[in-house]
Design a protein around this ligand. Structure first.
Ligand code: ACO
Length: 325
């Protein structure tokens, strides 16, 4: 009998501070950086984003999302036997955010570690958890995407600082004989390192290089549109399914135009795409679980439906997870 990983519950958390495009434009204008609500909406679909307080780290956002997911799943933290956090903005160089979340949830003992695959991080983390469940080494996994990208933005660079936000999303996976995750597909190609990176790092008590996000937007756009269709088709082929079988597309929320283009290529109507980029901005590894939780809680996603989750991000990394909810 095949063992599947099935989603038992979802959760998410957004920091209190919400900035509309107009709020952000007003703040940036004080520093001599000009942007507008119209430009941001037209090029990206983003209307607002949330920024964490200075006192909040990725582990705090992740813990809030995890608590919600545990409640939705109806289990306690002691029942978890695996915790994976996808993040590129950890609280510290080490230890991992996952171990901090474990402690904040008041439990101990189970393996806990971080995965760093930038905006594809949640897809990578979900795939690893699924493999561990299928192999029998875990039965109940907490998988989180959590980011405080506001910490690594250059607020003098209007081409990037308007795009991102902070947040966290989480799922509880459980081993089940009922279908859950049907197929996964992961890829990476390191030659694209320079089109999206944060080149600075810690060196002997200081920072070497520039610790803010750098991006060649058009190069990222072209690459994202191509690989998102490929990876969705690869997961469908592995499960002997076609694009007509997908009920909901839950893509990484970077830019509405990338999502619409992927939906067209998969012959899906735009109203079958879960869109939260308008309210959250790009929250990197948190964007897919945030979108998933939003559509579960507002009732769009129903038990038994087929979901295609897919992401692309720095590295470059990309991948997809096809699942029965
Ligand atoms: N406000 C006003 N004007 C702006 C802003 C801004 N915030 N940013 C750039 N501009 C100006 C530019 O200076 C340029 O002006 P010019 O023509 O006078 O030189 C003009 O707008 C056009 O700039 P482009 O960079 O050509 O704009 P483009 O249409 O490519 O849109 C964008 C830029 C939104 C970044 C787009 O390339 C994109 O979405 N790329 C994908 C990147 C992405 O989604 N990254 C997320 C991280 S990666 C990931 O998550 C997969």
């Amino acid at each position: 009998m095949r063992i599947y990983s099935r989603i038992l519950g979802t959760g998410s958390y957004l920091p209190e501070k919400r900035l509309t495009n107009a709020d952000l434009a007003a703040e940036l204008s004080q520093q001599g950086v000009e942007t507008s609500d119209d430009w941001i909406i037209e090029r990206t679909g983003i209307r607002a984003r949330h920024f964490a307080a200075d006192t909040q780290g990725s582990s705090d956002l992740a813990t809030e999302a995890a608590r919600q997911a545990l409640t939705a799943a109806g289990i306690s933290a002691e029942e978890l036997d695996l915790i994976i956090v996808a993040t590129s903005t950890p609280d510290m160089v080490f230890p991992s955010v996952a171990t901090m979340v474990q402690h904040k949830l008041g439990t101990a003992g189970c393996p806990a570690f971080d995965v760093q695959a930038v905006c594809s991080g949640f897809i990578y983390a979900l795939t690893i958890a699924d493999s561990m469940i299928q192999s029998g080494s875990a039965k109940r996994a907490l998988v989180i995407g959590s980011e405080v990208f506001s910490r690594i933005l250059d607020f003098k660079d209007r081409t990037t600082c308007v795009l991102f936000g902070d947040g966290a999303g989480a799922v509880i996976l459980e081993a089940s004989e009922q279908p859950g995750i049907l197929a996964t597909d992961l890829h990476a190609d390191g030659k694209y390192k320079d089109i999206l990176c944060v080149p600075g790092h810690v060196n002997r008590g200081g920072i070497l290089g520039d610790p803010v996000l750098k991006m060649d937007g058009q190069a990222v756009f072209k690459l994202a549109v191509g690989v998102l269709e490929e990876t969705a088709r690869a997961s469908l082929a592995k499960a002997n399914m076609t694009d007509a079988d997908i009920d909901w597309l839950i893509p990484h929320q970077a830019n509405i135009r990338i999502m619409q283009s992927t939906a067209r290529k998969l012959r899906m109507s735009p109203d079958k795409v879960v869109v939260t980029v308008d309210q959250h901005g790009n929250t990197s590894a948190a964007s897919i679980p945030l979108a998933l939780d939003t559509a579960v809680r507002d009732g769009r996603i129903q038990r038994g439906q087929t979901l295609m989750l897919e992401g692309v991000g720095g590295g470059f990394t990309w991948g997809s997870v096809l699942l029965r909810y």
